[in-house]
Design a protein around this ligand. Structure first.
Ligand code: ADP
Ligand code: MG
Length: 258
């Protein structure tokens, strides 16, 4: 079995700013706490700073100012490899190594963490993401996009992290696969008691999957609310505009059915 761990850790941003060379302020003085064990969606238009905010958690990007903490510990105090062992990270077009089998791709997460990867562990991870165990010996190009993303999730969870970061994980997938993978990730979140932070530009997906939604605009969090609150119009103008899109689509579909 996979090693168990306690409920996922809290993640706290304390007045975090990121300035890139050239003067772009990608993240602008963000203070927010993600409660341990919660599933939070980070929504906003392209360029609003979502990926930058996420990557400051696993130190792929260092803040210009402010502190990110996991539990009570500033991430800047941890060695990046030790930190990333405790954080699963999945991004769009997951970037499996094309010349390695599925098993080797999954095991890479373990090997980087200095652990032995055995066949049982890989089989457990394939079970976890609902892929057949026979896939272990396949090459990535023999998988569909959705199956590849599932391998990416298995790799991200190989070290049994408490925290899962997802950056547009369903970006390139068709709607049916996207829906299935969303449900699968939510189920994994619940079963493993992870803390999950998912970046998406799709408000419908955020409303359906998340416990709480943070809306970003020009580097700032302009709404912080539950799906229910956002649907009730309590998120402010920018959130309302994002919620209006799926709401209008749902209305038009109901009209067609009537
Ligand atoms: P999002 O994920 O919401 O699309 P990003 O965090 O990728 O937004 O980008 C936020 C802003 O920072 C954008 O204006 C983007 O152009 C800029 N940016 C992102 N990465 C870099 C970089 N490495 N160098 C300079 N500017 C960047
Ligand atoms: Mg992004």
């Amino acid at each position: 079995m996979l090693p168990s761990h306690d409920i996922g850790p809290a993640v706290t941003f304390d007045r975090v700013t990121k300035r890139y060379g050239g003067g772009t302020i990608a993240v602008d003085g963000v203070s927010v706490e993600v409660v341990g064990g919660s599933f939070v969606a980070l929504v906003g238009s392209s360029g609003s700073g979502k990926s930058t905010l996420l990557k400051m958690i696993n130190r792929l990007i260092e803040p210009s100012e402010g502190t990110v903490r996991i539990g009570d510990a500033p991430v800047g105090d941890a060695a990046p490899h030790a930190l990333r062992r405790r954080i699963g990270y999945v991004f769009q077009n997951i970037g499996l190594f094309p010349h390695m089998t599925v098993a080797e791709n999954i095991a890479i997460g373990l090997r980087l963490a200095g652990e032995k990867a055995n066949g049982t562990r890989v089989a457990d991870l394939l079970d976890l993401v609902d892929l057949p165990r026979e896939f272990a010996t396949r090459m990535p190009d023999a998988l569909s996009g959705g199956q590849r993303q599932r391998v990416g999730v298995a790799r991200a969870l190989a070290t049994a992290p408490g925290l899962l970061l997802l950056d547009e994980p369903f970006g390139a997938l068709d709607p049916v696969t996207r829906d299935q993978l969303g449900k699968a990730i939510r189920a994994l979140h619940d079963r493993l008691e992870l803390t999950t932070i998912m970046v998406t530009h799709d408000m419908a997906e955020a409303l359906i999957l998340a416990d709480r939604i943070l809306v970003m605009d020009r580097g700032q969090i302009v709404a912080d609310a539950t799906p229910r609150e956002l649907l009730a119009g309590q998120g402010g103008a920018i959130a309302d505009a994002l919620v209006a899109v799926p709401r209008e689509q749902a209305r038009r579909m109901r009209d067609l059915e009537a």
